[in-house]
Design a protein around this ligand. Sequence first.
Ligand SMILES: Nc1ncnc2c1ncn2[C@@H]1O[C@H](COP(=O)(O)OP(=O)(O)OP(=O)(O)O)[C@@H](O)[C@H]1O
Ligand SMILES: [Mg+2]
Length: 298
Amino acid sequence: MARAPFAFRENGAARWCEEASRSGSTAVIVATAALWYPYVNGDTEGTEMTSNGYLLQTVDLRVSRENREILRGVNLVIQPNAVHAVLGLNGSGKSTLAYTLAGSGGYTPSRGQILFEGRDIVPLGISERGKLGITLAWQEPARFEGLTVERYLGLGMREPDHQRVEEALEAVALDRSYLQRYVDDTLSGGERKRVELAAVYAMRPKLAILDEPDSGIDTLSLNDIAQLIHRMATEGTSVLLISHRHEVVAIADVASLICEGVIVQTADPTTVCDRYACCCRPCDHVAPVESEAEYERL
Ligand SMILES: Nc1ncnc2c1ncn2[C@@H]1O[C@H](COP(=O)(O)OP(=O)(O)OP(=O)(O)O)[C@@H](O)[C@H]1O
Ligand SMILES: [Mg+2]
């Protein structure tokens, strides 16, 4: 069996992988993506500290990979119950930001802070951040042989909640027949994306980081994704929404434009989308318009 990424340890998926391994079934992680973090409903660790009311704030966040600085001083604020979009060209650092916030291995900041409800979570690993309520849906969804959609959706829950599982599936416009399907390559790419989103929804995290949730989703179905994201926000989940699509970014409450690892603008989605369309190619980031005062007005 392929070794589970460390994010799977100490949680349902890890137990499932181990069981499958012992029983000799073919539990193979086909993609490198991992979804499940041990978010436990209502079981948050740590003491909530002063946070200016922000759910999450990064301060001068810097991350390097292979001796190259990818995030070069990211300052970002996410409000509670808000949908906050991040837009940027390929390679601008969006996924790196997502992994860093979730605490993925190899994405330890060289400098800066990540404050979650006022607490600096940089020292915390992915599992501990999961317990605080931070969940990441990866750009490339995971595939598992032998794991049904029903079990997959239930893995992040402390107690089995069949009704919530069904609600989650319905929220991504998949019918009940998918419950017994396997989360493997018999699902289409778009179906796997939907199942992954349903899994995040079922968990009720405080912060859902959705890395391109619309990739592989046809245009006519974008509305389903938009509705689900709004539903998350109304149920108490803040969403960090990474996307290239104007239609998807437009559903956010606020948007940030990232360029070469720096947030160069935070404003309403229309303003940010307009700037992205007009000014990112060729790039005008030499004159960033990021402004705390501007953001405070939103
Ligand atoms: N492990 C790594 N080693 C070296 N460079 C890396 C590594 N991971 C990412 N990078 C580089 O960091 C930059 C940002 O990558 P990232 O995946 O965060 O971009 P992105 O904004 O998510 O792009 P996309 O829109 O294509 O998903 C890219 O230039 C990428 O090549
Ligand atoms: Mg990416």
